[in-house]
Write a protein that binds this ligand. Structure first.
Ligand SMILES: C[S@@+](CC[C@H](N)C(=O)[O-])C[C@H]1O[C@@H](n2cnc3c(N)ncnc32)[C@H](O)[C@@H]1O
Length: 286
């Protein structure tokens, strides 16, 4: 048992929901910066398309659930939002507060998403790469519903199942081990994967290999450090669910959202947006 901290994370036995938050806390304390394309408005425009443009959220009141190091918070600020509520439950809360560029426009809350206050006046809530790491996301979706104004929108990005079949055949068995590895061992494994992956990207130029679209449009634009972080981020979290299209739509519809629209982003993930019903817009019955 004394060697558990070296060979395996000393968190085994903890429920997945708590472990995920602990894992992310440590991850962001180790990788706190948002440099280059990884933290850019160019990437944000790509993430929120095709349903939104940065102009659409100008002067809006927004929240982000699961803010990590604050990279999306800063992208939202660069897009000109009026005010942001940034929710981050992990120990990386300190990193989030430190990284925020305009703290006068941001309220940071060190809570889980299900405890987001029911403001009832937000125009948009974003949750990017978060709900697929939560074992029971329903209370988070319900909290988002209550925090939005009628007619407000919940915008979610999730890992997808469709389009990821070959990747999942590889990553799922690998993650059984890697999610238990302590930082130094995992970081060494990432280093070992990094070079063959760069070779794979070169092969994608010649052959239509799996994940080609994502690797070209996003991954290849990242710095070497951020490429390594993305690999680490795939292997580290205790819990990760890959959503089917049907499950992704149901997640928002079950929370009361209407007009749920979905986009298969770069062939490997889901962008989902739903609207909180606005009774004042419903046609009146005679
Ligand atoms: C992959 S990171 C995404 C961070 C950020 N949205 C981004 O794209 O840079 C997922 C984040 O969700 C947070 N998280 C995990 N469980 C959560 C929960 N129940 N409520 C809110 N956030 C949670 C983690 O601590 C982590 O910072």
């Amino acid at each position: 048992m004394r060697h558990q901290g070296f060979l395996l994370k000393p968190l085994l036995g903890m429920p997945d929901k708590d472990r995920t938050i602990k894992d992310f806390g440590k991850q962001w304390l180790r990788y706190p910066d948002n440099e280059g394309y990884y933290g850019s408005l160019e990437l944000f425009s790509n993430i929120i398309s095709p349903f939104l443009r940065t102009d659409d959220i100008k002067d809006c009141r927004v929240a982000e659930i699961g803010s990590g190091t604050g990279r999306i918070v800063n992208m939202l600020l660069d897009s000109g939002v009026q005010h942001i509520v940034a929710v981050e439950p992990s120990d990386s809360f300190a990193v989030l507060v430190r990284n925020i560029q305009n703290s006068g426009k941001v309220t940071c809350l060190n809570i889980t998403g299900d405890r987001l206050p029911a403001y009832g006046n937000l125009d948009y809530i974003f949750s990017i790469g978060v709900l697929h790491h939560i074992t029971d996301p329903k209370p988070v979706v319900e909290a988002a519903f209550k925090a939005l104004r009628p007619g407000g929108h919940f915008w979610v990005w999730l890992y997808g199942k469709e389009g990821n079949e070959s990747y999942l055949a590889l990553i799922k068995p690998l993650r059984i081990l890697t999610r238990k590895l302590p930082h130094l061992v995992l970081a060494s494994l990432v280093w070992l994967i990094y070079h063959p992956l760069n070779l794979y990207i070169r092969l994608c130029h010649r052959f239509p290999l799996p994940l080609r679209e994502y690797l070209f449009s996003i991954f290849a634009k990242m710095s070497p450090e951020k490429r390594k972080l993305i690999i680490y981020d795939q292997l580290n979290p205790a819990y990760a669910k890959y959503y089917t299209k049907k499950e992704a739509i149901k997640l928002l519809e079950d929370g009361g959202f209407v007009n749920v629209r979905i986009h298969h982003r770069h062939g490997y993930s889901w962008t989902v947006i739903g609207t909180k019903p606005d009774p004042s817009n419903e046609p009146k019955r005679n």
